[in-house]
Write a protein that binds this ligand. Structure first.
Ligand SMILES: Cc1cc2nc3c(=O)[nH]c(=O)nc-3n(C[C@H](O)[C@H](O)[C@H](O)COP(=O)(O)OP(=O)(O)OC[C@H]3O[C@@H](n4cnc5c(N)ncnc54)[C@H](O)[C@@H]3O)c2cc1C
Length: 382
């Protein structure tokens, strides 16, 4: 969200700086804040039950190709997205939202029909499947951040590889002190520090985020299996009947050169992270083994032929808001804009969210059809 906001700010104003640690810094130094999960895949679509998330997704997806072109960095695989739900009405509503915001209605089919269409999956007959073949699929979040940062820099933004340890809001400016000993003085600041924003005491308010420790399972996939999975879309699965919720995407190459199919999910899981130490500790762990087993069982149920024996696990975090929609609000007489609360959906929609944050900071009209009140902090936080 921070890189996206910088891209929109730099297009509309001068003297924009993005302060944030690179992934390399976060890995080598345990005290440096990390992202929700430095990763190679995030699902992207507008097939969402909530019209706000559907619009944010559609708006952002529609601009991916332009950002790829402007930056020279590819990050979008338009492989399509399937949404599986035990309640047909939810899929129908989601498909209507996708039609409204992307202009094309995803197909809606039964489990039986979907089994013929997607031979690598096993759906239950009673499930309903929404399939968005275009304007949907998977992004590489590292590439997306790099691409938006590149566009921001080409419009004059400066990137500072460091992190904030203190923010002082004055009548005429905001001072930010960094871990590297710099003092930055700015007219206004957007705080988009993800899960850290509720724990790091940068903001003069207590941000009510439910930071949840999540687990993922990564399954290494060899060439023989890869050809069987040809045409596999990204997946979001809410099967009901006591089964865990999951999301997954087809194999993609990770920095170690291996292709992995990734599955994660939630919000099930015991972890509510309570402070900064717990957050850093969780992100250094391998996640929750019980939840990982539940994801493996789900994967086995839907893709019985997949060899899970060499699968590995990792930890990540999501930041939930009271409304399950992001927070974007100007505080401190407009000197500070809060932009956070991805609720597990924020990666694909970063561009639209960055645009909202930038518009608030520049006091421009609210973009799109969403409204400011949909992104408001709860009264108790102000
Ligand atoms: C495993 C997993 C899978 C997910 N899958 C999907 C998906 O398929 N599709 C989807 O749309 N979303 C998905 N999400 C959610 C998505 O990744 C988040 O909603 C999104 O990353 C939130 O963006 P953000 O910018 O708020 O926070 P982050 O991406 O966490 O970025 C916050 C940044 O702030 C920096 N920072 C922190 N503290 C400071 C500081 N003091 N000073 C400077 N910088 C600081 C961090 O280093 C980091 O770079 C997933 C999340 C997880 C964990």
């Amino acid at each position: 969200m921070g890189s996206a906001a910088a891209m929109h700010l730099a297009a509309n104003s001068d003297h924009v700086a993005v302060l944030g640690p690179t992934e390399a810094m976060a890995i080598t130094d345990g005290a440096v804040p990390k992202s929700s999960h430095h990763d190679a895949g995030r699902n992207a679509h507008s097939l969402d039950e909530d019209p706000v998330w559907s619009e944010l997704g559609a708006t952002s997806v529609a601009r991916y190709r332009d950002i790829e072109k402007a930056s020279g960095i590819g990050f979008f695989d338009e492989i399509g997205y399937t949404r599986i739900h035990h309640d047909e009405a939810v899929v129908e509503r989601s498909a209507n939202h996708a039609l409204l915001f992307s202009g094309k209605r995803p197909e809606v089919m039964s489990g039986d029909e979907a089994n013929k269409r997607f031979p690598f999956f096993h759906f239950e007959p009673g499930e309903t499947i929404g399939y968005q073949p275009l304007d949907a699929g998977r992004i590489n979040p590292r590439g997306y951040v790099d691409a938006m940062s590149t566009v921001a820099c080409s419009n004059g933004a400066q990137i500072i590889d460091d992190h904030a340890v203190e923010m002082i809001v004055r009548d005429d400016n905001v001072q930010v002190h960094t871990a590297g000993g710099q003092t930055l003085s700015s007219e206004r600041v957007i705080v988009a520090t993800g899960a850290y924003s509720t724990f790091d005491n940068l903001l003069p308010i207590l941000l009510p985020l439910h930071v949840r420790g999540r687990t993922i399972v990564m399954v290494p996939v060899g060439d023989a299996t890869l050809s069987d999975l040809n045409g596999m879309p990204s997946v979001g699965c809410h099967p009901g009947n006591g089964r865990v919720r999951t999301y997954w995407h087809p194999p993609v190459t990770y920095p170690d050169g291996q292709k992995y199919l990734k599955i994660g999910g939630g919000p099930e899981g015991p972890q509510r992270i309570a402070n900064l130490n717990e957050l850093n500790e969780w992100l250094r762990s391998d996640g929750d083994p019980e939840i990982a087993d539940a994801y493996r069982a789900e994967l086995h149920r839907m893709m019985p032929g997949l060899d899970l024996s060499d699968s590995i696990t990792a930890a990540c975090v999501t930041s939930e808001t009271h409304s399950l929609r992001p927070y974007s609000e100007a505080i401190c007489d407009g000197r500070v804009v809060v932009l956070t609360g991805g609720n597990g959906h924020g990666a694909k929609a970063a561009d639209a969210l960055g645009e909202i944050g930038a518009s608030l900071m520049l006091q421009q009209a609210w973009p799109g059809q969403t409204t400011q009140s949909q992104f408001a902090l709860p009264d108790a936080a102000r």
